[in-house]
Write a protein that binds this ligand. Structure first.
Ligand SMILES: *[C@@H]1O[C@H](CO)[C@@H](O)[C@H](O)[C@H]1NC(C)=O
Length: 502
């Protein structure tokens, strides 16, 4: 397949007549490859939590940690643990070679965020000032390399796995800002919701594919194969990305003249304008902007819920609802597939309604955000009270995760509306703050459930999450905006007065 593409490119470049561009729209090639890139980064991030079940020697870990809690520890609580599904449910779960304690497991799963945390703002500035294409390439490549090295590193020492995960996190951190910079140059405003949803919903597609693949690979070929197969397949993307994607429509040869004109004029630029605008970030205006702070709050609160469902739900399913691994992978992965369909459907609908002038961009962003907050909060509330009813728990989890898809065309594409010139930096700022829940959630859950895997312990966790969703709903509904902010345009050079531009 990549050979075929190579051939196309070879035929195409000298003529500048773009055979490819005549048949396929270049902006959707960007969106689809961007989406696959997001899927790879997220897939390589979540595969560890599945593979780890096969990597650990559960027998030895239980012997080391289980002694004090054994016996009648839970009998004083109002409810008992759920019964296992069948007695054979645990037979399939073979022991692996590693005797990492619960604390070490927690560090390995959370250290991804240390890298993710520090790389975003530098990555965003490099993407804005130099090249978002190459920042995105770097991001996926470093994930592929670290994934391929993980099995060897794990044999050496658990600290080496921590280093690999930090490396993956550094790559993961720059994906959202880099894609935001590309979208700000490639997405006509009327298609912004759909293109953003297509790109970012790749994260959920990556999650679903990775969880299912990691489950199947661990069970059949051993845990090492998870890293080798997924890392290997991801290399194909790197080649396609370099060949088929450019930083802006002006730099892209594989595009029809009509499409280039359409994109560039819809964004208010000139089709032959090649130079980068290297604007300094108006930090003070950004940090005092109501619409920006509303995105910040929505992003941080939403991510708490997102990480809760993405990372902690598999543990809840396993520890409290007593699913075996295969059921576990399917039950937690499938909602992400419905999230993907929902986010694309909703974004298409909202773009259509905006196109017909039935709603403003502001209203569209708020509708998306409300879906992504009200529904999961309600589902978590229900989850607190369905107890050991696994069917209901799975169903409401699925509904909650699905509705989270509203965020992609809600607050998550809002940065480009309010300040397209700084979309990458703004995304990096909100996403950096939104990373804090990713660090806090595993620790918070670990502390509350240590030796106490009960529904009542998890209920506290769910209520905290619901509280954060309520904050998001109030703040974003009051202060969110879809209008371009004046500070997006203000400085050209120090001598230029803003009046000239207006
Ligand atoms: C797991 O640990 C137990 C107890 O230390 C040991 O007997 C067993 O061989 C280990 N299994 C593997 C696969 O390493």
């Amino acid at each position: 397949m990549s050979f075929f593409v190579l051939l196309l490119v070879k035929m195409d470049v000298p003529a500048k007549g773009n055979i490819l561009g005549r048949f396929i729209s270049a902006r959707y090639i960007l969106a689809v490859l961007g989406s696959i890139g997001m899927a790879i980064v997220y897939g390589l991030k979540v595969n560890l939590s599945v593979a780890m079940v096969g990597m650990l020697n559960h027998t030895a870990i239980k012997m080391n940690e289980g002694k004090p809690d054994h016996g009648s520890h839970n009998n004083t609580l109002a409810e008992v643990d759920c019964e296992p599904v069948t007695s054979s449910a645990h037979a399939k779960e073979a022991d692996g070679p590693f005797t990492w304690s619960t604390e070490i497991q927690g560090i390995i799963l959370s250290c991804y965020f240390w890298g993710y945390f520090v790389s975003q703002i530098p990555g965003a500035r490099i993407a804005e000032l130099f090249s978002a294409k190459w920042v995105m390439f770097f991001s996926v490549s470093i994930n592929v390399v670290c994934t391929l090295l993980t099995p060897v590193m794990a044999q050496a020492h658990h600290a080496a796995v921590v280093v690999m995960r930090i490396g993956e996190g550094i790559g993961g951190g720059v994906t959202f800002p880099a894609m935001h910079v590309l979208l700000s140059k490639w997405a006509p405003p009327a298609e912004r919701s759909v293109m953003a949803a297509l790109v970012y919903a790749g994260t959920s597609l990556g999650t679903v594919i990775s969880m299912l693949m990691a489950g199947v690979l661990t069970a059949n070929l051993g845990w090492e194969s998870v890293f080798y197969v997924m890392g290997g397949l991801s290399c194909i993307w790197c080649v396609l990305w370099v060949l088929l994607v450019q930083d802006s429509p002006q730099q892209q040869a594989l595009i029809s003249k009509e499409e280039r004109d359409l994109i560039v004029t819809s964004l208010g630029g000139k089709a032959d304008d090649h130079d980068h605008k290297k604007l300094p970030v108006p930090w003070k205006s950004v940090l005092t902007s109501g619409p920006f702070l509303a995105i910040l709050v929505a992003h941080a609160c939403s991510n708490w819920g997102w990480y809760m469902l993405l990372i902690e739900l598999p543990f809840y399913m396993k520890q409290v609802l007593k699913f075996n691994m295969a059921e576990n992978a399917v039950a937690t992965a499938l909602p992400f597939l419905s999230l993907w369909f929902f986010s694309l459907g909703l974004s298409k609908t909202l773009d259509w309604l905006r196109g017909k002038s039935y709603i403003t961009t502001t209203t569209a962003r708020k509708i998306g955000t409300l879906f992504a907050s009200v529904v999961p909060a309600t589902c978590l509330l229900v989850l607190c009270y369905v107890g050991c009813n696994r069917g209901a728990a799975v169903a409401f989890t699925a509904i909650g995760v699905t509705a989270i898809g509203g965020m992609f065309c809600g607050f998550l594409s809002n940065h480009i509306d309010i300040a397209p010139n700084f979309a990458g930096t703004l995304m990096a700022m909100t996403n950096t703050v939104a990373t804090i829940p990713g660090i806090v959630v595993p620790i918070f859950v670990g502390v509350l459930t240590h030796g106490n895997q009960t529904i009542s312990a998890w209920r506290v966790i769910f209520f905290v999450t619901i509280g954060l969703y309520l904050i998001e709903i109030v703040v974003y509904t009051l202060f969110g905006s879809g209008e371009q902010q004046p500070w997006n345009q203000v400085q050209q050079t120090k001598e230029d007065q803003p009046e000239e531009k207006l």
